[in-house]
Design a binder for this molecule. Sequence first.
Ligand code: 5AD
Ligand code: FES
Length: 355
Amino acid sequence: MTDATRRIAETLIREHALPKQDYARLIRERDDELAKLLAEHARRARERYYGSDVFTRGLIEISNFCKNDCLYCGIRRSNRDCVRYRLTEEEIAACAREGYALGFRTFVLQGGEDGYYTDERLCSIVARLKREHPDCAVTLSMGERERDSYQRLFDAGADRYLLRHETADRAHYGRLHPPEMSFDHRMACLKNLREIGYQVGCGFMVGSPFQTPETLAEDLRFIETFRPDMCGIGPFVPHHGTPFKDMPAGTAELTCFLLSVIRLIHPPVLLPATTALGTIHPRGRELGLLAGANVVMPNLSPVAVRKQYELYDNKLCTGEESAQCRDCLDARVRSVGCRLVTARGDIRFQEKQSL
Ligand code: 5AD
Ligand code: FES
């Protein structure tokens, strides 16, 4: 760590904000010592809001049909080898029942942008989950929709919405997506979700093609101003059916570094240690928690379809029963001094009094 990077880190810890060029410099000049310093402060910041609690979300992958063609994604529409499926309302309700019995109090419905899930169908599913599990939160991760659609889903009971912004750099966005996809529309969706009253999650991949310290600095500036309730940061993992085959060296370390930076920018944020991080490093999720993450999102999808929801290669837990995942995660979380709790896990804006 140089004097310059130490000074920048101290400013971040104190002010929760930095000029863009300082974020880029921290990223470009980072070393183990700097990462350790930021991780220690990030853990402390997390503890002030959440103690040692780690929240868990049951992920139900409801469909891998997708009308989009994002260049990095394994379920992109032009991947003809992808075997498509979608779950029925009955199947989704059964996953949630199983999850509830295992202690999950948030269900995340995630899917490609699948025209089958009209507002009517999706509202019926959301309302059913809320009726059957009134003490649970329902999170949607179903991509870009129009504002009135988001409003109807919210009125049906949806509590939270995850929509990664993917990159806050317009030119970078253009290189990762086909021309019919719009950076402005994606950002407008996030704004609409926020205005409607959802708890909102944004996020981006680490090591995505054409990413630079400058595009990452733009992501961090966006997080500073948008102040999301949740932020999904995971490594880009290549999928064999897409044009991008390479993952830069050091992606797991950079992901953890950025988790710490994001925790310090916005201390109360809900920050998952992603399954993708666990995929590229055997202790990836544990390292993510040590860097300041406080959420894990195991898979509750029926085992029969897990392999088909393949955004990237070598995804974890595709053969495991949900109960096995829960136990495995519980042990992993305990191994880093945290505890997996049964709670909805809403964002906390108040620091704990006792600390
Ligand atoms: N590697 C890692 N994450 C990916 N996603 C899509 N494709 C990949 C990949 N190859 C992420 C995107 C999307 C989220 C659901 O999954 O960021 O928003
Ligand atoms: Fe699924 Fe470990 S988290 S088996």
